[in-house]
Design a protein around this ligand. Structure first.
Ligand code: NDP
Length: 309
């Protein structure tokens, strides 16, 4: 079985930064890209807050640059999804695509997080035809149209505010009778004339011929005032949080109640020696590309130290 010194799982900013550092440290890293090569940024239109790009950069170009930079120093980048791991003893056994196995002396988990969906069958039915979990990626298609955003946190408010710069009208569908977002984001949304907040509302389904044309809503679910009705919309955006992609590691790696991998604060150390976590899979708070990149750097440096011991 192939023995890898430093195995990196995931191809977002954390994974590629780890690959750059690990290859420059002669750890001959092998990186498995996972289901979405380039991670969440690949579907982001413009990244404007990553230092070094005064004019902004497309998420796609940025990830391509990171990949090229990692490959330049010898990182081996492979497509493949890690389907199970055995961290009972080092070297650790990792199964890729259900059948192929490799062994690794160190593992850097940088599998990121994925947007959550409500679980309505219509979300799948209309995927790519009006349903999106990324306003910055898809907002462009809804210029001068009517859209709905689901969620009451900072992400939902940010997405609604962003969409209001493009769309004619934005409904914010909030299941409680208050917003959970920070005061400043709440203010921005509540004072925006293009945004209408629908408190105590849940989405039940979507309607439309071949694309989204309406959302079925229920107001005051379970109360005597419960009311069902439909609103005409062209786009339906989910902003109800993210789920860390940690399930495959859970038999061995400690996570918090939401599935985020627990690391020793400020470090990439997990509860398994030689297994490190970097990026959004271990970051419930910041979830920024720059933070992910920084933690990928730390993970590679700790992998090097571990191997030198
Ligand atoms: P949050 O978990 O903070 O909010 C999720 C929202 O979605 C809540 O309003 C929640 O409702 C709602 N929700 C969850 N599940 C459902 C469901 N099934 N149906 C309807 N509504 C649902 O996630 P965010 O992504 O907004 O934020 C994550 C973290 O990132 C937070 O700490 C946030 O502050 C931070 N962040 C900061 C930003 C900034 O500072 N600029 C920007 C974006 C995020 P309920 O309230 O009822 O639980």
């Amino acid at each position: 079985m192939e023995l890898i010194k430093c195995l990196i799982i995931g191809s977002g900013p954390a994974g590629f930064t780890a690959a750059i550092y690990a290859s420059r440290a002669n750890l001959s890293p092998v990186l498995y890209e996972g289901p979405q090569s380039g991670g969440q940024l690949i579907t982001t239109t413009v990244v404007e807050n990553f230092p070094g790009y005064p004019e902004g950069v497309s998420g796609y170009d940025m990830m391509e640059d990171m990949r090229t930079q990692a490959a330049r120093f010898g990182a081996v980048i492979r497509s493949g999804i890690v389907t199970s791991v055995d961290f009972s003893s080092a070297p650790y056994t990792v199964t890729v695509d259900g059948s192929m196995q490799v062994q690794a002396e160190t593992v850097i988990i940088s599998t990121g997080a994925s947007a959550k969906y409500l679980g309505l069958p219509d979300e799948t039915k209309y995927a790519g035809r009006g349903v999106s979990a990324c306003a910055t990626c898809d907002g462009f298609f809804f210029r001068k149209k009517t859209v709905a955003v689901v969620g009451g946190g900072d992400t939902a408010c940010e997405e609604a505010a962003y969409l209001s710069t493009l769309a004619a009208k934005v409904y914010l569908i909030v299941r409680k009778n208050y917003l959970r977002a920070s005061d400043i984001m709440q203010k921005r949304v509540l004072e925006n004339p293009k945004i209408e907040v629908l408190f105590s509302h849940n989405a039940e389904g979507l309607t439309g011929e071949n694309k989204v044309q309406g959302v079925k809503l229920v107001k005051d679910l379970g109360l005597p005032t419960e009311k069902h009705y439909e609103l005409g919309i062209d786009g339906f955006f989910l902003a109800i949080g993210h789920k860390p992609n940690s399930d495959v590691f859970k038999p061995w790696i400690e996570t918090d109640e939401n599935g985020y991998i627990k690391t020793c604060p400020g470090t990439p150390f997990t509860n398994v020696p030689g297994v490190f976590a970097a990026g959004d899979v271990a970051d419930p708070t910041y979830r920024q590309a720059i933070c992910a990149a920084a933690s990928g750097c730390k993970a590679a440096m700790e992998a090097e130290r571990y191997l030198n011991k």
